[in-house]
Design a protein around this ligand. Structure first.
Ligand SMILES: [Zn+2]
Length: 321
């Protein structure tokens, strides 16, 4: 292009990367300040939205639906402070919501603890197991999050969402089709290269995406299990430790909204490591810029101006002992 100020011919450097697993492409842009840190008063907004919140202590019992007895005799799954119930606005044949705690209407990312995450994940795992036990055809489970409004959450009160269905989502299907050797080669190459590797927490391996589809995207891989329904308590805790550190690291980078997907394949899928993506979303503010553009929504192509290697450098110390 010819620069407007100098009139000189200039070039911008755009790197197009191919994801080693699903072969989608992603664009790494020069830093353009597309993801400014949070300056929104989330606490004040929390106070405003609290009065009508159906997930808060006085209303959760009354205003949220109950699980059918065949899935859980108590109607809700409680683990620690976490409470899980069906999603009133379902996305699949089995769709649930689990709050970290009814008392935590306001839960900034820096305050997500290992305990809160582990209890919430444990409730989700119990749900996936219970649904699969009653309905063996529902073999595809995922545990997800829209944390804060920019991520797609319609309710302010922080929660996870579980989906168990007889059919996979597009990305679940794409990942389940990846040959086992390709997962091995990817992890091997990332370990060797080291620029995006974060570390291992128990049996869970963490890294920053080589070809992210969203800003500051991290991935984790759990060998030996292919579905959330196969996670035991120890493994769930190991996963939760990493997720809480990821959330805390995002807070440190200035972000307060994220999406999460733990992509289950059918239990026992040979060679498929349970894996996840977690990524930041734009911060809440009036007239904010969405991080999801025509590229992400309609071309299915990531475009980020946070270089994965810089993200890894900034957060790696949280993942290493
Ligand atoms: Zn609430």
């Amino acid at each position: 292009m010819v620069a407007p100020d100098t009139g000189e011919l200039t070039r911008a450097h755009i790197e197009v990367r191919v994801d080693p697993l699903t072969r989608h492409t992603s664009r790494i842009l020069p830093d353009r300040g597309l993801m400014p840190p949070n300056d929104f008063d989330l606490e004040a907004f929390a106070r405003e939205s609290q009065a009508r919140c159906p997930f808060c202590p006085d209303r959760i019992e009354r205003l949220t639906p109950r699980l059918p007895p065949v899935i859980d005799p108590d109607g809700r799954i409680a683990r620690g402070e976490a409470v899980l119930f069906p999603n009133l606005h379902a996305y699949s044949s089995h769709s649930c919501v689990s709050v970290y705690s009814p008392r935590l209407h306001y839960l900034p990312l820096g305050r997500i603890t290992e305990r809160l995450m582990a209890d919430n994940l444990t409730a989700q795992v119990a749900y996936a197991k219970a649904v699969m036990a009653t309905e063996p055809a529902s073999r595809w489970a995922s545990i997800n999050a829209n944390h804060m409004l920019p991520s797609g959450s319609s309710l302010f009160h922080p929660h996870l969402q579980g989906v168990v269905d007889s059919r996979p989502t597009t990305v679940q299907r794409m990942l389940a089709d990846v040959p086992a050797a390709r997962f091995d080669a990817y992890l091997e190459a990332e370990r060797r290269n080291g620029e995006r590797a974060l570390g291992r927490i128990g049996r869970v391996e963490w890294l920053v995406s080589f070809a992210p589809i969203a800003p500051a995207e991290l991935r984790a891989f759990v060998r030996g299990v292919s579905s959330p329904a196969e996670l035991d308590d120890d493994l769930t805790t190991e996963l939760a430790v990493g997720l809480s550190r990821a959330a805390n690291a995002y807070a440190e980078l200035g972000y307060e909204s994220f999406n999460l997907a733990i992509y289950g394949a059918p239990p026992g899928t040979e060679g498929y490591p349970l894996n996840l993506r977690i990524a930041c979303r734009s911060n809440l503010k009036p007239l904010y810029r969405s991080d999801s553009t025509f590229l992400e929504r309609l071309h299915w192509e990531g475009a980020v101006d946070l270089a994965p290697e810089d993200v890894a450098d900034r957060i790696r110390d949280r993942f290493t002992p």
